[in-house]
Design a protein around this ligand. Structure first.
Ligand SMILES: Cc1cc2nc3c(=O)[nH]c(=O)nc-3n(C[C@H](O)[C@H](O)[C@H](O)COP(=O)(O)OP(=O)(O)OC[C@H]3O[C@@H](n4cnc5c(N)ncnc54)[C@H](O)[C@@H]3O)c2cc1C
Length: 486
């Protein structure tokens, strides 16, 4: 493995991944480091998956500028990298005269931000577009350019394409020391890896303040803001087509009803400032709040439809806006405070970082043979849903394991699991994120043991060492001669 790089990126969430993929276009030695066993295991795995249109952000903010620019890049990105993306549009719905007035303010704000294809709609037209909305709706703001994506699939695709083009991905590598020696920054990881780089990009999400502290910078703090989300049964998927927003509060966009690219609808998230960065518990109070808001907009959404819940923590920075730029430590660049709409803004953030590096003196010669295309793993489920039976037959002819179902709820086959393992995803969570196995109604009750056996067979990792999401989350308890380990 190389130990000297031009650019080392700390953090392989969507921010670091988008930067790595953008820089892979150039003839550079690049390292992408993450403390977790796989990529997209931070905030990027737990969000609403919306590519926002751009009318929520305050004009003049970095967030607003990069949100709009990022939104425009997703058609090309999804074509090149084959991750699911659909421009479904979003509706902000009003239920009182006061909320109708606020819709007008958001419309004006969207115009100031140059958001295209927005319109204010009356109650009749709103209900024609989304018949399952509450009949009490008085009007809405429609923004047609909003979209939905599979956030982790997007992140995996960015990293796979970056690696394909020469980027070195180093997981299980928590950076604990950074020292400037002459014109280079020397990095040490918790497990003793040492490397050096001319430039270091701090894209460490929730921990960006702690990474900045490693070079003695204490000028911002990350204030964790917790969001609880609930995933509903696919049945609810047919109820709405667009992302449904309420009129928001001062600190968040409010609790939404969100279609996902995989079918199920999501409701949430809550927004609560918390003291720790590792409180991933859902609460009875959160559930009540989310459903009372969601049901006001879409009355037929029911708690009995919940199949799972999760928490994402927003890495909000003091000051509220994204913090992106060079610092007083030469070569150290912050990309911090990337809270919502960070997913939307990520490709535009990557271009901004590229320009900063150019400005700081990095040569950007085009990498010979850069290939922007990444092939997705074929999905049997999508062939079945879209009635592409010829394509299904053709795929099975290439590999008969495309006919062996492993996850019955989501129709995921053995060939898809093996392909994910071959791409380096060897934990249950990473298999889930890359194939959807285990995300359906039975929540992995049926497929877990089958997936474990496939990972064991393909990698040689003994069953008891296979984890859900890294060390400490082993799935099969150790059995000693004395019986089950505690
Ligand atoms: C509930 C919720 C809903 C959201 N919904 C949306 C939405 O619909 N649309 C939208 O645009 N945005 C949304 N967001 C925001 C979006 O998810 C984030 O802006 C984005 O995921 C941030 O990505 P990131 O790469 O900066 O951070 P992360 O994904 O957290 O990545 C940072 C990475 O750094 C690694 N790391 C940390 N410290 C170290 C270290 N010392 N050494 C090595 N690695 C380290 C971590 O392991 C992690 O993988 C939402 C956020 C939340 C919480």
């Amino acid at each position: 493995m190389k130990t000297e790089f031009d650019v080392a990126i700390i953090g392989a969430g969507v921010t670091g991944a988008a930067i790595a993929r953008e820089l892979a276009r150039y003839d550079l030695d690049i390292a992408l480091l993450d403390k977790e066993v796989d990529v997209s295991f931070g905030t990027s795995k737990a969000n609403s998956g919306i590519i926002h249109a751009g009318f929520h952000s305050t004009p003049g903010t970095l967030k607003g500028k990069l949100e709009l620019a990022g939104n425009r890049m997703f058609d090309r990105l999804s074509e090149e990298l084959e991750f699911p993306f659909e421009r479904r549009g979003e509706l902000m719905v009003a239920f009182t005269e006061e909320e109708l007035r606020i819709l007008n303010d958001f419309y004006a704000q969207g115009q100031e931000n140059n958001v295209p294809y927005m319109e204010l709609l009356g109650a009749k037209r709103t209900l024609e577009m989304e018949p399952h909305l509450s009949p009490d709706v008085l009007g809405s703001l429609h923004a047609a350019t909003a979209g939905i994506i599979g956030p982790y699939e997007y992140c995996f695709a960015l990293v796979e394409n970056a690696v394909q083009n020469g980027v070195e991905l180093i997981c299980s590598a928590k950076v604990t020391k950074i020292k400037r020696v002459k014109d280079r920054l020397h990095l040490t990881t918790e497990n003793g890896l040492k490397l050096s780089s001319r430039f270091v990009i701090n894209a460490a999400g929730l921990f960006a303040d702690e990474v900045a502290n490693l070079v003695g910078m204490k000028d911002f703090k990350i204030l964790p803001r917790k969001g609880e989300e609930y995933l509903l049964d696919k049945r609810v998927g047919t109820l709405i087509h667009r992302v449904i927003f309420p009129v928001p509060s001062k600190i968040s966009k409010g609790m939404l009803v969100i279609p996902t690219v995989d079918g199920p609808v999501m409701v949430g998230p809550t927004a609560r400032d918390i003291d720790t960065k590792n409180d991933f518990s859902t609460t009875r109070e959160g559930l009540k709040t989310v459903f009372s808001h969601a049901q006001k907009m879409v009355p037929s959404v029911r708690t009995s439809d919940i199949i799972t819940s999760f928490v994402g923590i927003r890495p909000a920075a003091t000051g509220g806006d994204f913090i992106i730029g060079p610092t007083k430590v030469k070569g150290f660049i912050n990309v911090a405070g990337i809270q919502s709409p960070g997913l939307t803004a990520s490709p535009a953030i990557a271009e901004m970082v590229r320009d900063i590096l150019l400005n700081e003196g990095l040569n950007l010669d085009v990498r010979p043979g850069f290939d922007p295309k990444r092939k997705a793993i074929p999905r049997v489920r999508s062939f079945i849903e879209n009635r592409k039976f010829d394509k299904l037959e053709e795929t099975i002819k290439t590999n008969k394991d495309y006919s062996k179902l492993v996850c019955r709820c989501e129709n995921v086959t053995e060939a898809e699991i093996v392909a994910a393992v071959k791409r380096g995803h060897i934990t249950l969570d990473a298999i889930k994120f890359s194939t959807r196995a285990g995300t359906g109604r039975c929540q992995a009750g049926f497929c877990t043991s089958r997936i474990l056996k496939i990972i064991e067979r393909e990698t040689g990792i003994p069953l008891e060492k296979i984890t859900k999401k890294g060390p400490g989350s082993e799935v099969v308890p150790l059995v000693s001669k004395k019986g089950w380990a505690k």
